[in-house]
Ligand binder design. Structure first.
Ligand code: S3P
Length: 436
């Protein structure tokens, strides 16, 4: 049997004796969403190559098209411009599984006076918190209603002329910050957004790259109303959150040596590299030319004997999506790893703290779930146990468990693994390429 055999929606991953070679991962999902949303505010338009191949970014493009914006897609090249948008969508906008799509739409639609639309999503997204974006938008004058008083999708939005001011966010969320920045750019007044910890800043970087004024001061960002966003063109760098699976796989599978080329090295996204280094992993970074204002590089990783670490709450935002796969690295390290301050993981595509605790326990890992993270007793690199595990329909859980499976003593069956297409449709094909 090949290394990953697809059984309808389940995948059996076989242990492997070393991952070798080099690859590119899909374009960064966060940057792809933002290029599309800012393109919609531009008459000239934004054109990017290597747009994310995942379904989440396709959801963004579909919703923007339904709002009358112009979207032209040809392979990995995507151009988005104002076109005839924004106009009332004839049907509810379907954001699928994508929290970024839903939350950024809230910011954009709220700030278009008179626009009416409804946003909904799949079962997972309809269970995720929307109050965090609805409340600050309402405080600027947004007219949003929805299920559970606007805390859950579906939401209905009647656009209005929004005010400015200063908003203090309770949760560090780049999606919420970006929704508010979009509202601020389209609103009637200067808007400052302050976060408790710095979340990823791709929106700010992209605006600076396009020459739109943005004032950053520590944990706050200020934007000013603009008539339009200038156009631009660049290549989206590879997604660190997808590269993460190979970086951990390379670190934990004996005899591995691999390179992920052209990865986005934004400082708000490289926490996993720091964590792997602190665990004793050989990680090399070779810089390449920046793209769209973002640092880019090739990352090489080799199998290493890892040791346990403590991940502190302030480190979480820089690796929030990589924590499930970091838990796999911790399972195979020497000694204890404690990951705390990550309660946000319970509000992602599934409860990621619970899902990883279940999956890794089934694979013989001594992992204790706490409210805001895990305490993991590493096994010093011994093989994990064969098992049947569940992705809970969450792409990052499916891929993290697949990485654990590569370091197991027998096959691991992952239920519901086709969800990898949300961010990384090529994941199992790339795996085959690295083991052959
Ligand atoms: C994202 C921000 C993060 C991350 C998500 C994508 C973004 O969530 O987990 O996958 O593109 O802005 P937060 O909004 O909680 O920061």
């Amino acid at each position: 049997m090949s290394c990953a055999e697809v059984l309808v929606d389940d995948v059996v991953v076989e242990p492997c004796s070393g991952l070798k070679g080099e690859l590119r991962v899909p374009g960064d999902k966060s940057i792809s969403h933002r290029a599309a949303f800012l393109g919609a505010l531009s008459d000239e338009g934004i054109r990017v190559d290597n747009f994310s191949s995942g379904e989440d970014c396709a959801s963004t493009l579909r919703c923007l098209e339904a709002l009358g914006f112009s979207v032209v897609r040809s392979g990995g090249r995507v151009s988005v411009s104002r076109g005839s948008g924004p106009s009332d969508p004839a049907e509810p906008l379907y954001a699928g599984n994508s929290g970024t799509t839903a939350r950024l739409l809230c910011g954009l639609m709220s700030a278009v006076p008179g626009l009416f639309g409804v946003i909904t999503g799949d079962g997972s997204l309809r269970g995720r918190p929307m109050g965090r974006v609805v409340e600050p938008l309402r405080s600027l004058g947004a007219r949003i209603d929805g299920r559970d008083g606007g805390r859950l999708l579906p939401l209905s939005i009647r656009g209005a002329r929004l005010s400015g001011g200063r908003l203090e966010l309770r949760v560090p969320s780049a999606q919420v910050k970006t929704a508010l920045i979009l509202a601020g750019l389209m609103g009637g007044d200067v808007l400052t957004v302050a976060e408790p910890h710095l979340s990823r800043d791709h929106t700010e970087v992209m605006l600076e790259h396009l020459g739109v004024p943005v004032r950053r001061n520590g944990l706050s960002v200020t934007v000013y109303p603009v008539d339009r966003v200038p156009g631009g063109a660049w290549e989206v760098p590879g997604d660190m959150s997808s590269a993460a699976f190979w970086l951990v796989a390379g670190a934990v599978v004996p005899r591995s040596d691999l390179v992920v080329r052209g990865v986005c090295l934004n400082r708000g996204r490289t926490g996993l590299l720091d964590a792997l280094r602190a665990m004793g992993c050989h990680v090399e970074v070779h810089p390449r030319s920046p793209q769209g204002g973002e640092a880019v590089g090739d990352v090489r990783v080799r199998h290493s004997n890892l040791r346990g670490i403590k991940v502190q709450p302030h480190q979480v935002p820089s690796m929030v999506d990589e924590l499930p796969v970091l838990a796999v690295a911790a399972s195979l390290a020497q000694g204890q790893t404690e990951i705390r301050g990550a309660g946000e993981l319970r509000h992602k595509e599934c409860d990621r703290i619970g899902a990883m605790a279940q999956g890794l326990s089934a694979m013989g890992v001594r992992i204790r779930e706490v409210e805001d993270g895990w305490v993991i007793q590493g096994n010093g690199g011994a093989p994990l146990s064969p098992a049947r595990v569940d992705s809970y329909g969450d792409h990052r859980i499916a891929m993290a468990l697949a990485v654990g499976a590569l370091a197991a003593s027998g096959p691991v069956e992952i239920r519901g693994a086709s969800c990898v297409s949300i961010s990384y449709p090529e994941f199992f094909d790339h795996l085959k390429g690295l083991v052959s």
